[in-house]
Design a protein around this ligand. Structure first.
Ligand SMILES: Nc1ncnc2c1ncn2[C@@H]1O[C@H](COP(=O)(O)OP(=O)(O)OP(=O)(O)O)[C@@H](O)[C@H]1O
Ligand code: SF4
Ligand SMILES: [Mg+2]
Length: 372
């Protein structure tokens, strides 16, 4: 595999910068802080994986970037910088040309973004004409080309099919074709392969990897699947209860996880090259209620190494290395021993190779998941 763009151009300015994003819903028993101070940068051509348990705020974060949580009785604060503007301050009308053209989203369920009453080709043509001003003929030719690019067989014929005539995998790919039609700078993929069988899943992931390589598209990849993270991500952000608790380069996170929550989700995947072979052990306890979070560190009630200081909320900061952020009060020097005591390593074989290949063997088996 060629080196990720980010490694080739480490100083490249972020294409998308999120600062202190907060999304609070009106819940029946008080405010629900679904996203609570999330900050992250996405650089051109990089794949940033966002992982975390169900309900940790991954989708609400992604949707808010594109203005899709507006009108849901949500209070939204913070800043989302893209192309020199703060997207949170734009009207829906101003956002429309950006959404779909410059930042596109692939949803977990293709039927939420494919219109069942229009042919797949017509939907891609509409996107192209809206955003690029292409003629009908040009747009149709391009639609056929895109369907071919995403691996839809007989694209000349399939372009006139309706979504219900496609299999689940083909719908997912059609949605990706629509998302990449205008060559977006940023693609946000929310669990893009969960509903797919392993072979199609591998093809869709390969497609995302190619997009990054050939077009420099930056990808925010939301997933429960640590195998996918190992295969595709340059960096990883770990979410817990609406907050980012750790953010690091992929290898740094797999080989030197700093936050006790990350220790938990990696408990049986101690090595990147074992990510596909091991099953995750669930973390004890349940995710906290977002309308009744404990004071201080949100992970406090489940943390195996909580101590007095944890009644204060720890900020996300570089503590163990300049480019490795975490939100935990424990001294980085003490963490390896604390982690070893909390999660005794399974028999993991010899020490990891210094430069493991994250690529799966062809026909690789299913991946371990972040427990829900
Ligand atoms: N419109 C809404 N009104 C009130 N609460 C909401 C709303 N949308 C989401 N939430 C709450 O916000 C929290 C975060 O939800 P979100 O969908 O972002 O989780 P997630 O991390 O994407 O989970 P999953 O992995 O299951 O997709 C959840 O507790 C959810 O119940
Ligand atoms: S701050 Fe405290 S409770 Fe939170 S993860 Fe660190 S040790 Fe555990
Ligand atoms: Mg979600």
């Amino acid at each position: 595999m060629t080196a990720p763009l980010m490694e080739k151009h480490p100083t490249t300015e972020p294409v998308l910068s999120v600062r202190d994003l907060r999304v609070t819903f009106d819940g029946p028993s008080g405010p629900v802080r679904a996203v609570d101070g999330v900050s992250l940068d996405l650089r051109p051509g990089e794949v940033l994986a966002v992982v975390g348990e169900s309900g940790s705020g991954k989708s609400v974060t992604a949707m808010t970037l594109l203005g899709l949580t507006r009108g849901q009785a949500a209070a939204i604060d913070g800043e989302v910088r893209f192309g020199g503007r703060d997207l949170l301050t734009l009207s829906d009308r101003e956002l429309r040309p950006i959404r779909g053209a410059e930042i596109a989203m692939v949803f977990q369920d293709p039927m939420t973004s494919l219109n069942p009453t229009k042919t797949v080709g017509r939907q891609i043509v509409d996107v192209l004409r809206l955003h690029t001003g292409a003629s009908k003929r040009e747009a149709r030719e391009r639609a056929v080309g895109l369907l071919e690019e995403v691996g839809i067989p007989q694209p000349q014929r399939r372009v006139d099919a309706y979504p219900h005539e496609f299999s689940g995998g083909m719908r997912q790919r059609a949605m990706i074709a629509m998302a990449i039609a205008c060559e977006p700078k940023v693609l946000i993929a929310d669990e893009p392969t969960t509903a797919l069988d392993v072979t199609i899943q591998a093809q869709v992931l390969e497609l995302l990897a190619q997009l990054r390589e050939t077009r420099g598209t930056a990808v925010v990849l939301i997933t429960h699947d640590l195998g996918i993270v190992a295969d595709l991500a340059d960096r990883v952000a770990v979410m817990y209860a609406g907050r980012l608790v750790e953010q690091a380069a992929r290898d740094g996170l797999f080989y030197g996880p700093q936050h006790p929550y990350t220790w938990g989700i990696l408990a049986s995947v101690p090595r990147l090259d074992l990510a596909r072979a091991a099953r995750l052990t669930p973390i004890e306890g349940s995710p906290p209620q977002l309308d009744a979070l404990p004071a201080g560190c949100a992970f406090r009630d489940r943390c195996p190494v909580a101590f007095d200081a944890c009644v204060e909320r720890p900020p996300l900061e570089p503590r163990s290395a300049p480019d490795h952020l975490d939100a935990c009060w424990r001294d980085p020097a003490e963490r390896p021993a604390l982690r070893a005591a909390a999660h005794p390593a399974p028999d993991a074989g010899p020490d990891p190779a210094p430069h493991p290949s994250p690529r799966p063997p062809s026909g690789s088996s299913s991946h371990p998941e972040v427990s829900a």
